[in-house]
Design a protein around this ligand. Structure first.
Ligand code: OSB
Ligand code: MG
Length: 379
């Protein structure tokens, strides 16, 4: 793919409204955009979705940046890959660091698609020209406030509402929501806030006809989720626990979930996402695409993977304006009546807008071909 240079654009973006989950509140979103530049000056873009702190998973942005600078950037430049599907293999000797790997792997896919002059979704094997989207709403201080938020988003046309729950903000909150909205497609995401000791609470949620409950138990657990799924009717959807093809396979075999939320960053990139997609399809496990409060680049990558056939349920790929006063891409992502049109432009389908990006840029780091070729691995 002839990569000459890698730029890491580190951004600080302000969330339009703070986003609260069981593990904390996000006000500023630190974003890293990986730009791969080839010998002809063509650029491919990917987004590293690691959080600022290791609260969702063990990864965090400062560490991911070191991992890209020290390992994955130089390795990619040294490699002779001719297709982005091989990038995962190149990175494989270095364990985990999925979000670091994904930031650069997704950029390689965008670059390749642009080199071919084709939209990324077609290169990935997608066949949808539009995708259904839902919205993920953070915890609010009161039931009245979350009900107001839901009303607004239902009116905007989002096809599925996800609310965050945590111990003490669960059964009664969902009951209050269901009293006002008895029939909307509704689900709850616990972000691993419960244990099997809470099984009575989780059983009570069966009453509310939720589409699914996302990641109720430990963030790396597969075994206890299988026990829980036998005790509750609500389908379990795994998020945090699925960080590779191997543990997707384990979860499916053990019956730990009936649905999987695929996050490209969490599983190390698009190649691994496709592997999980194919496995889930064979096993009749429906998928949807999760989000990590991405800026436009990551959002477009997510939309591209959602065009694969087994992404059956609406994803967390809402409009840019749901997250940001101004996104860093032109045009921005717009969901109309809960549907996003997939762009047919080459690559991810929109331009990174450097004028917009400059306003939120902290710093750009560079990995040159010269530096990369000097580095020795595996001696
Ligand atoms: O668990 O899906 C999650 C945001 C940050 C970290 C984890 C999660 C989320 C969301 C929002 O639910 C998804 C989005 O809209 O990008
Ligand atoms: Mg989740």
């Amino acid at each position: 793919m002839n990569i000459e240079k890698i730029l890491l654009h580190r951004l600080k973006m302000k969330m339009r409204t703070p986003f609260t989950t069981s593990f904390g509140t996000q006000i500023d979103r630190y974003v890293t955009i990986v730009e791969l530049i080839d010998e002809n000056g063509l650029s491919g873009f990917g987004e590293c979705v690691a959080g600022e702190d290791p609260l969702y998973s063990e990864e965090f942005m400062d560490a991911a940046l070191v991992a890209i600078k020290k390992y994955f950037g130089p390795l990619l430049i040294q490699s002779k890959v001719t297709h982005p599907k091989s990038v995962t293999e190149v990175f494989k000797p270095f364990k985990r660091n999925m979000m670091a790997k994904s930031g650069i792997e997704t950029a390689a896919w965008d670059l390749y698609a642009k080199q071919q002059g084709l939209p990324l979704y077609k290169i990935l094997g997608g066949d949808k020209t539009q995708v259904d989207v839902g919205i993920s709403l953070g915890l609010e201080k009161s039931d009245e406030l979350i009900i107001e938020k839901i009303r607004e988003k239902v009116e905007e046309g989002y096809k599925r509402i996800k609310v965050k729950i945590k111990p003490g903000r669960d059964v009664e909150m969902i009951r209050a929501i269901r009293e006002v909205f008895p029939d909307i497609p509704l689900m709850a995401d616990a972000n691993s806030a419960y244990t099997l000791d809470d099984i009575e609470i989780l059983k009570q949620l069966d009453e509310f006809n939720l589409m699914m409950i996302e990641q109720p138990l430990g963030s790396t657990d597969i075994v206890d989720h299988a026990k829980l799924q036998k005790e509750i009717h609500t389908p379990i959807c795994l998020d945090e626990s699925i960080d590779s093809y191997e543990n997707a396979k384990a979860a499916i075999e053990l019956g730990s979930c009936k649905i999987i939320n695929v996050k490209v960053g969490r599983v190390g990139g698009l190649t691994e996402s496709i592997k999980i997609h194919d496995l889930a399809k064979e096993n009749n496990i429906p998928l949807w695409c999760g989000g990590m409060l991405e800026a436009g680049v990551g959002r477009l990558t997510n939309i591209a993977i959602t065009t694969l056939p087994n992404f059956i349920l609406p994803g967390d790929t809402a409009s840019s304006s749901r997250y940001w006063e101004e996104d860093i891409i032109t045009p921005e992502v717009v969901a109309e009546n809960g549907v996003v049109q997939v762009s047919d432009k080459p690559g991810i389908g929109a331009e990174v807008d450097f004028e917009k990006m400059k306003k939120v840029l902290i710093q750009t780091d560079e990995i040159t071909k010269e530096d990369a070729l000097d580095m020795v691995f595996f001696d």
